[in-house]
Design a protein around this ligand. Structure first.
Ligand code: MRU
Length: 356
């Protein structure tokens, strides 16, 4: 998508290094950073310089390319793959991408290994772009239906950043919105701020602004009253792991929005590529929920009056805080799953009809 009118992807390979946009500096600074080693890739995922389920999967795939450049040895490669999988626990795309790479690379000792790794990492990235584009075209039909009935701006609420910045291009939840805007349908997005890291305010609003899409940032607790007032026509969110029964694990707070949507008869859609489906876990209680540093709640970052990025403490020094990064929305609250293959019910039957 565009930044200052120029099309960008979120990750690419150039001159033996992996280029990423450092998302911890957005929206205030647009910085392209080089990852040179597998350790750099692990660190970028852990510190959330790159984040969002599909993007961390692709970063891990390129991390294995860097691992081979550094040390072309199978023991080193295996250790790199394990460390990459451990770098963040919840998004299944990370393990999916590493497993896909290792299927091609395990046991390959020839000089061809680098070429094979690079081709596979690029294929993962290209496939994600294609899938996200198709998610957009499939979700567009839902927005078009609402627009035809309403004959006025469609108000869409989204949570966190399931946008271009969480993928390689287009985004998942944002892709139908970008496609609708390109088709001339009037859309407006309610952007949940998404505490504690503010991915909605810092990233979703930023990328929508750059594409000229009207949007308004709201505090995380505002969605309920907007729905009661009829100011939300639909919700579209992303997901880090969707179980085969249709339960959706996504950024903390998604569940509460789904409850409010149900109470107000607002359709609640989840957009995802098939790389986000976990076919193995049957019970959502078994999904590993990431618990991050409580300092992400107590410190906020922004520009000071001299335009310098500063972190400041906003909580009492002695207070404890808890930082769970994801929650699970049961399938019964999800109106539909928007995938690259079409829209289906959030159920085993719905998913299997499309994917098996
Ligand atoms: O912790 P983050 O910023 O990686 O969480 C991101 C989300 O929760 C997104 O909604 C999700 O990854 C969907 S990706 C298109």
């Amino acid at each position: 998508m565009n930044i200052e009118g120029k099309a960008h992807r979120t990750i690419w390979f150039e001159n033996n290094s992996v280029k990423i946009i450092d998302q911890t500096k957005l929206p205030h600074h647009f910085i392209i950073k080089d990852l040179l080693t597998v350790k750099d890739s692990i660190n970028a995922i852990k510190t959330m310089e790159v984040r969002g389920a599909p993007l961390i999967g692709t970063t891990a795939a390129y991390g294995l390319v860097l691992s081979i450049i550094e040390n072309n040895d199978q023991t080193f490669l295996k250790k790199s793959s394990e460390d990459l999988i451990d770098s963040r626990p919840t998004a299944i795309n990370l393990k999916w991408a590493v497993d896909r790479m290792m299927k091609k690379l395990s046991g390959v000792n020839s000089n061809e290994i680098l070429k094979i790794a690079l081709e596979e990492a690029k294929a993962i990235a290209e496939e994600d772009v294609e899938f996200c584009k198709n998610i957009g075209l499939n979700g567009l039909k839902i927005i078009e239906e609402i627009y035809k009935k309403k004959k006025d701006t469609v108000n869409i609420l989204t949570h966190c950043n399931a946008g271009w910045l969480a993928t390689i291009d287009w985004g998942t939840a944002t892709s139908p919105i970008y496609h609708a805007h390109k088709k001339g349908i009037k859309v407006h997005v309610w952007v949940d701020e998404t505490r504690p890291r503010n991915q909605g305010a810092n990233l979703t609003s930023y990328e929508l602004n750059e594409e000229g899409i009207p949007n308004t940032i709201i505090a995380d607790n505002t969605g309920g009253i907007l729905m009661q007032r009829g100011q939300v026509d639909m919700c579209i969110v992303g997901t880090d792991r969707t179980l085969s029964n249709g339960d959706v694990c996504n950024k903390i707070g998604t569940y509460l929005k789904a409850l409010a949507a149900k109470d107000n008869n607002v359709p609640f859609y989840v957009a995802l590529p098939s790389s986000t489906i976990d076919w193995s876990i049957k019970n959502s209680k078994d999904i590993p929920i990431e618990e991050r540093d409580p300092a992400e709640l107590s410190f906020v970052e922004g520009l000071d009056k001299n335009n310098k990025l500063q972190k400041i403490l906003i909580y009492p020094q002695k207070s404890k805080s808890l930082n769970l990064a994801f929650d699970v929305t049961p399938a019964k609250y999800v109106t539909g799953l928007i995938t690259e293959k079409g829209v289906c019910k959030a159920s085993e039957k719905g998913l299997k009809e499309l994917f098996k």
